[in-house]
Design a protein. Structure first.
Length: 284
């Protein structure tokens, strides 16, 4: 086996260095006296450039890789921040939409109250509405302490929706006119026609077509579409002149003895958050 001789390698290295320095010196000297680079200068420069690219290529590749990873992490963090902002924006937009909806409901109730200037009234918030009694009952946050009594009429969204059937100190239960209870919606009503007034009793609710049914009509005036229906106040449990709805159609039974009037309600009961309880007419 050939023995390694470090002195020999050192001598060879020194000779190569001396040759390189000599070539560079000659190149520099010739460049000072000539505008063109010599062949040796060009060869050395190209060799140094190639060696530089080969030796530092892995370093540059590593630096570029590290930079790309850093950029990736920065992009990820920016995306996360943008997602948070988008989520916050969506939440804010939904909150704003809820506020707009609440404002619209309160405006409707305010418009209703402005039309009820001849009545004493109390505005209440709906606090409970059970899904299994959605069409029948709801509970509001006003009770006996605010002067609420049983059988008081309840309105919302420009029309009559029901009556108070139970009163506690701080809450009341309201039965809706859409209830299946056959005795809940027996309101005496008055239909204003072009020929005069006709009286009857609101006795039912047609859930399939979302309309009230008025029967037991009295008077000779003919009922027509779009005639206005209001409470008559004749029953004693509710004041007169509360809006109920407008006539959709009237039909006579097959014997020609009784007429049923179908009424489109002014108020829709599927989305109630605020109601107005009519205590009594002013001056009573």
């Amino acid at each position: 086996m050939k023995k390694f001789n470090p002195n020999k390698n050192i001598i060879i290295t020194l000779i190569l260095v001396i040759i390189a320095v000599t070539v560079l010196s000659v190149t520099v000297a010739k460049r000072a006296s000539s505008e063109k680079n010599s062949f040796a200068s060009i060869a050395v420069n190209d060799t140094v450039s190639i060696v530089d690219r080969i030796m530092f290529a892995p370093v540059r590749w590593f630096e570029n890789g590290v930079q790309s990873i850093q950029n990736l992490f920065v992009t990820y963090e920016e995306n996360e921040r943008l997602k948070e902002k988008i989520d916050a924006y969506d939440s804010l937009a939904q909150e704003n939409q809820n506020y707009q909806r609440e404002i619209a409901v309160l405006k409707e109730e305010l418009e209703l109250n402005e039309t009820l200037t001849s009545f004493e009234k109390t505005t209440a918030n709906v606090i409970t509405r059970s899904p299994d009694t959605w069409q029948d009952l709801l509970v509001v946050d006003k009770g006996a302490n605010e002067g609420i009594e049983i059988n008081m009429a309840v309105m919302a969204k420009k029309g009559l929706i029901g009556r108070v059937i139970e009163v506690n100190a701080f809450s009341s239960k309201i039965e809706l006119l859409t209830s299946e209870n056959q005795t809940s919606n027996h309101y005496p009503v008055r239909i204003s026609t072009k020929d005069g007034e006709t009286f009857g009793v609101l006795k039912g609710y047609d859930a399939e077509n979302n309309r009230f049914v008025v029967e037991q009509l009295t008077g000779e005036a003919a009922v027509a579409k779009d005639d206005v229906v209001q409470t008559s106040g004749l029953g004693g449990n509710s004041p007169a002149d509360l809006l109920v709805g407008t006539v959709v159609e009237a039909e006579v039974d097959k014997f020609g003895l009784d007429t049923k009037v179908y009424v489109q309600p002014y108020a829709q009961t599927h989305d109630l958050s605020v109601v107005t309880i009519i205590e009594r007419a002013v001056g009573e």
